[in-house]
Design a protein around this ligand. Structure first.
Ligand SMILES: O=C(O)COP(=O)(O)O
Ligand SMILES: [Mg+2]
Length: 226
């Protein structure tokens, strides 16, 4: 396979490491996350928030998600532990009832693997959900790392999880690529010295992604391979 044009331009070949974000990049997980948030809110007698609201609260980890939902629903802060544990339980029980893989995820993972590029999964989702979700879609075996928001001391937009993987394989940050959908992914990439690719279909909260000047902006993951 000839080197895809974006990779040729950025790395003069294939990168030494590629890191993927999860929610909004590989998996459209909003339906199940929203159902779990709504269950937790309903248990407090609050209104359900629904998918459109929840979509705007994803990307900074589950604690931020629940805090935003509680503010929106006017649930008193002292109920945080109850709402958070209700969310965790409900989501774990229905992790992938309605969630779907975005198009071309598996073929893109396969192409990087075929070139022996180490692949990392770096999400701000709590780590307890990560492997079960990837297992559900049959893609866990592609990843040499599966890091959740609580796996290390810091999460995205900190560069710590990205640099952790780069150091493991002795890769120069400038030869590493982060592919994500949000400002947290882009800022983590920049702080780590990685190249940043953003997908336009994810949960970018109405942000005009062109203003971020990512190295690559794509409407479908397969564009990484063209
Ligand atoms: O749980 C979240 O906030 C979503 O995380 P991700 O977009 O980093 O996968
Ligand atoms: Mg994301």
């Amino acid at each position: 396979m000839r080197t895809p044009k974006h990779l040729q331009r950025l790395f003069d070949g294939w990168p030494d490491l590629v890191c993927f974000d999860l929610d909004g990049t590989l998996v459209d997980s909003v339906p199940d996350i929203a159902n779990a948030v709504d269950k937790a809110l309903l248990s407090q007698g609050a209104e359900p928030a629904g998918e459109v609201n929840v979509r705007g609260w994803i990307g900074h980890g589950s604690t931020t998600l629940i805090r935003r939902a509680m503010i929106w629903a006017d649930v008193p802060e002292e109920h945080y532990e109850d709402v958070y544990s209700g969310f965790l339980k409900a989501y774990f029980e229905h992790l992938a009832d309605e969630s779907t893989l975005y198009s071309n995820v598996e073929s893109v993972l396969k192409a990087f693997k075929h070139q022996n590029v180490p692949i990392a999964l770096i999400t701000n989702k709590p780590s307890v959900f990560v492997k079960p979700l990837l297992d559900h879609f049959g893609i866990s075996s592609y990843f040499s790392w599966m890091l959740g928001g609580d796996s290390l001391d810091e999460k995205k937009p900190s560069p710590v999880p990205l640099l952790h993987c780069a150091e493991d394989v002795d890769a120069e940050p400038a030869r590493c690529l982060m592919i994500g959908d949000s400002l947290a992914d882009h800022n983590a990439a920049r702080a780590a010295g990685f190249k940043s690719a953003l997908v336009t279909y994810g949960y970018n909260h109405g942000l005009d992604l062109t203003t971020l000047e990512a190295d690559v902006l794509i409407d479908d993951l397969v564009e990484m391979l063209t």
